[in-house]
Ligand binder design. Structure first.
Ligand code: ZN
Length: 472
């Protein structure tokens, strides 16, 4: 049972129920789980591994609730730089379908390395294009190789253009084969135990790429095995128009008819919703993954995150992409979530009869709607854990997983902001982690992954990406 002592942190953000922020503190870890949290002088003196975190802030590991790791292979494609979701997808579908298992390994390692270096310790990956020999096993193996806690999605697309869907027919799979492989993935990899490093999620891709039958059958299967469900929803007005024309229902109402509103479901984006839909999501326990970079990059819109929080909807943060971001940096995403919520506020008129007031005019009625740095950190940690249905991550408490990261405070980037180091991690420019620890194991040291030699992975990844860029 290996032990780890992390000590002398200038500040330790617990995110426990009291939201305690401790000075000169640390953690004692045994076998991947936190055994003690508190002031350094109250912790054991010895351990198999000791990390001296003097001059650093420690935060609970971030939880990324929406991503497509394979898309690191198609970052920044010229043909997809300046379009919104539907045309952007059409540029990418066939390129994604041509990736190989080896390319998937590289992209997963690249994305997870970038995430881990930005403080992320648990990643949900929504893979949904499985052609050319690719399987969800490729991502799971790479996540194990690097040591990141991983929720793998056996996603799917089944509705090709000839049946009214958006993807080309040669990029979708047969539905019986999809469901059979979902069963295989769950039975092979899904670990229900506390502290699990691998879990499986079912994720039909979107309203315009799967059939109603597949959505219903995926929900039935997920409930039989008690695994969560995930899809993209309410991302664009194009999608809303699609469900209105095809099913005569708005997206949330349509999903309700398919058994897709429940505490085991979360939607990526959830931008275009009205107040009644927010209430329905809160009532049924549906969560949402907020992905600010992608939503700005594709001009999708601004999710009403503060309204969700006020209504009691579970909200996590997702980097999405990486072809719609084009990064996998959770600290950057946290900062953008703060800024985007404020931009949304500035674009709204004041409540009440005085709607003729100029936009962005300060008004006390809106004072409680400001997103704060601590709220964003809470969404990125506890919020993401709730969205993924886990009670063993998201905070630094006795009995929880030893997933945390540290950042050096005494740097040029934070100089002048240290009267509130916690808020500085969001307000100031995103920094790389000094240490990222997952399951009690050091994954990142001085901003670099130490579990995998990334140099050859970067070279291979760039080679694959150049091939893909030539196809688009
Ligand atoms: Zn997505």
């Amino acid at each position: 049972m290996p032990t780890l002592l992390a000590k002398n942190a200038a500040v330790l953000v617990t995110m426990d129920d009291g939201r305690r922020e401790l000075s000169n503190a640390g953690l004692f870890v045994r076998d991947g789980m936190i055994e003690q949290v508190g002031p350094t002088d109250q912790l054991p003196q010895h351990a198999d591994l000791v990390l001296d975190l003097s001059g650093q802030i420690v935060l609970p590991g971030f939880v990324n609730t929406h991503h497509h790791l394979d898309q690191t292979l198609t970052r920044n494609l010229p043909a997809a730089q300046n379009n919104n979701l539907f045309p952007w997808l059409k540029v990418h579908y066939r390129v994604w379908a041509s990736r190989t298992p080896e390319a998937s390994r590289c992209s997963t390692l690249i994305g997870l390395a970038e995430l881990a270096a930005s403080g992320c310790t648990t990643v949900f990956d929504h893979a949904y294009v499985f052609k050319n020999g690719s399987r969800v096993d490729d991502q799971i193996a790479a996540a194990k190789e690097i040591g990141v806690r991983f929720h793998a999605c056996r996603g799917s697309m089944s509705l090709g253009e000839s049946r009214g869907g958006l993807p080309p027919d040669d990029c979708v799979e047969d539905e019986p084969a999809i469901l059979k492989d979902c069963v295989r993935a769950i039975e092979t990899y899904h670990d229900r135990s506390r502290g699990a490093m691998t879990r499986v999620v079912l994720g039909p891709c979107s309203p315009f790429s799967v059939s109603t039958d597949l959505l219903k059958e995926s929900a039935t299967l997920a409930r039989a095995y008690q695994v969560p469900l995930h899809t993209h929803l309410c991302e664009t007005m194009d999608e809303e128009r699609y469900t209105l024309e095809r099913y005569q229902l708005r997206p949330v109402a349509w999903m309700a008819t398919l058994g897709w509103l429940g505490a085991d479901v979360w939607f990526a984006h959830a931008i275009h919703v009205n107040d009644d839909e927010i209430k329905e999501m809160a009532r049924t326990g549906v969560g949402a993954a907020h992905c600010p970079s992608s939503n700005m990059r594709l001009a999708s819109g601004i999710a009403p995150v503060k309204n969700y929080l006020a209504a009691g909807v579970k909200i996590g943060l997702g980097v999405d992409g990486s072809a719609s971001n084009d990064g996998s940096n959770m600290l950057l995403e946290a900062r953008l979530a703060l800024l985007l919520a404020r931009l949304r506020l500035g674009l709204l008129p004041p409540e009440g009869p005085r709607t003729f007031f100029l936009l962005s005019q300060s008004h006390p009625l809106r004072a409680h709607e400001w997103m704060t740095a601590r709220e964003v950190l809470e969404i990125a940690t506890r919020g993401g854990a709730a969205v993924l249905g886990r009670d063993d991550i998201g905070s630094l408490e006795v009995g929880k997983c030893a997933d945390f990261f540290s950042i050096d405070l005494n740097t040029v980037d934070y100089a002048g902001a240290l009267h509130d180091p916690v808020a500085a991690t969001v307000f100031c420019a995103p920094q790389k982690a000094r240490y990222t620890v997952i399951n009690g194991r050091v994954i990142v040291e001085n901003g670099q992954v130490v579990t995998v030699n990334m140099r050859p992975v970067i070279d291979d990844h760039n080679r694959f990406a150049r091939q893909f860029a030539g196809q688009s």
